[in-house]
Design a binder for this molecule. Structure first.
Ligand code: SAM
Length: 416
């Protein structure tokens, strides 16, 4: 476990602007700096912010983060509530309950247990990979609460017959470098919070297929759990097909396509580590005759260059999956993101056989699903290769959308 914080967590009393108070009462998880009318005392990062209304009545409680534009991350609103071990256990048990249908399928032991603001715990992500839990922080305000949160993770997991043996800490880059509360300076990205730090990647099962996740150094928490359902959809349409998986990362789509009897899978990513993992993930499943029979090619390189080169060589595929990183987390990046998506659609369509399938995804929070679908479909139409049977898919069960800005994932499937 992490060391105890040197300074005990205090409470600060916060008053908000009228509009911000209304939004918090309406369920918005963030209070921005400009919305704080007063705070007493000044408080430190990770203190509990108790929001009062003009009648001095309790309105909400959250985590105080004086160094961040998001000053308060709201944990609870309505009647007064103490934030203690019982609170964390109740929250974790409630969000786990929502994942029950996924766990009941019995073919997946990796999932997002806590999806931050979308599960009422803003700035906290907890991912499970078999018996390992990865706690990822998007705010330093969580640090003084880590011991309690980890204890609750272990308790609730045990109560639900899914015991956790190890807990690993991951931090968003901005969190790792943010000013720290005294006593939390020792915490670092990739620390073990419980048990031994995994020295080799952790194996887990998704959709009945075996994968590994580098929970200590890998992108996000080691695997993109949010595309599980879309990978299964690709598996269902892969039989006998040639599949190109662009931005493959650790090969989630590639392995599913192979397991769905694809004749050939070509995985492309800029990261050599990700491509090496994709190769290993294919190998873990090679006992499946479908995977053993599938030809696998892998290319480390820039997706745009690789697609241009493949098109110049006249290569074509029956299914092309394009799942790039986020292009827009801020409003001023939206126009550039839209141009990038359109360019990727053009490049991908050059490679899709007539009658084949384009699968294009966006994880840009600032580009809404409607805009993304329009960009993909109008670009295809303008290129003279309109999409038919267009289907648009959103979030998986363990990546719920809990507030207006919580939606980020969209995948368009269309026949070319
Ligand atoms: C959202 S992830 C893809 C997730 C993956 N499809 C899966 O199912 O796990 C985006 C990936 O794009 C890769 N990437 C980023 N820029 C790239 C580029 N210019 N060319 C190729 N890959 C790139 C990253 O290394 C990362 O693996």
């Amino acid at each position: 476990m992490s060391g105890s914080p040197a300074s005990p967590v205090d409470r600060v009393a916060v008053r908000l602007t009228k509009d911000a108070l209304r939004q918090v009462r309406g369920g918005h998880p963030w209070v921005f700096d400009a919305s704080v009318a007063s705070v007493k005392p000044e408080g430190q990062v990770g203190d509990l912010a108790v929001v009062f209304d003009d009648d001095r009545k309790f309105a909400a409680i959250g985590l105080w983060d004086p160094g961040s534009p998001i000053r308060v991350r709201v944990l609870h609103k309505g009647s007064p509530r103490t934030v203690d071990g019982t609170f964390w256990r109740e929250q974790l048990a409630a969000v786990l309950e929502r994942r029950r249908p996924l766990l009941a399928q019995g073919d997946t032991d990796a999932y997002r247990w806590v999806a931050g603001e979308n599960d009422g715990l803003p700035g906290l992500v907890v991912d499970r990979y078999a018996d390992v839990a990865v706690v990822k922080l998007y705010s330093a305000a969580w640090m003084p609460h880590l011991d309690d949160v980890v204890a609750a993770v272990v308790d609730v997991a045990a109560e639900h017959a899914e015991p956790v043996a190890r807990v690993v800490l991951r931090m968003a880059r901005t969190t790792a470098t943010a000013p720290r509360r005294p006593g939390t300076e020792h915490l670092a990205d990739g620390d073990a919070l419980l048990g031994e730090l995994p020295t080799v990647p952790v194996q887990f099962v998704e959709n009945g297929l075996t994968f590994e996740a580098d929970v200590v150094h890998g992108q996000k928490t080691g695997h993109f759990l949010d595309q599980r359902d879309n990978r299964r959809r690709v598996r269902d349409l892969a039989a006998g097909k040639r599949v190109l998986d662009v931005f493959c990362c650790t090969g989630g789509f590639s392995v599913n396509a192979a397991a769905g009897s694809a004749a050939l899978v070509h995985s492309v990513d800029l990261s050599p580590q990700a491509v090496a993992t994709a190769r290993r993930n294919l190998a873990y499943n090679s006992a499946l005759p479908e995977v053993a029979a599938c030809t696998h090619q892998a290319t480390v390189g820039d997706a745009y260059d690789v697609m241009e080169r493949l098109a110049a060589k006249g290569e074509t595929y029956d299914v092309v999956v394009v799942d790039p990183p986020s292009f827009a987390s801020r409003k001023d990046q939206v126009a550039g993101a839209v141009r990038a998506y359109a360019r990727l659609t053009e490049l991908a369509l050059e490679l899709v056989e007539p009658g084949g399938t384009l699968v294009q995804a966006s994880c840009s929070a600032r580009v809404d699903a409607e805009t993304f679908e329009r960009v993909v479909t109008t670009t295809a139409a303008d290129a003279g290769r309109p999409l038919r049977n267009v289907q648009v898919f959103g979030h998986a069960l363990d990546h719920p959308v809990g507030f207006a800005q919580g939606e980020y994932l969209c995948a368009v499937f269309g026949t070319v």
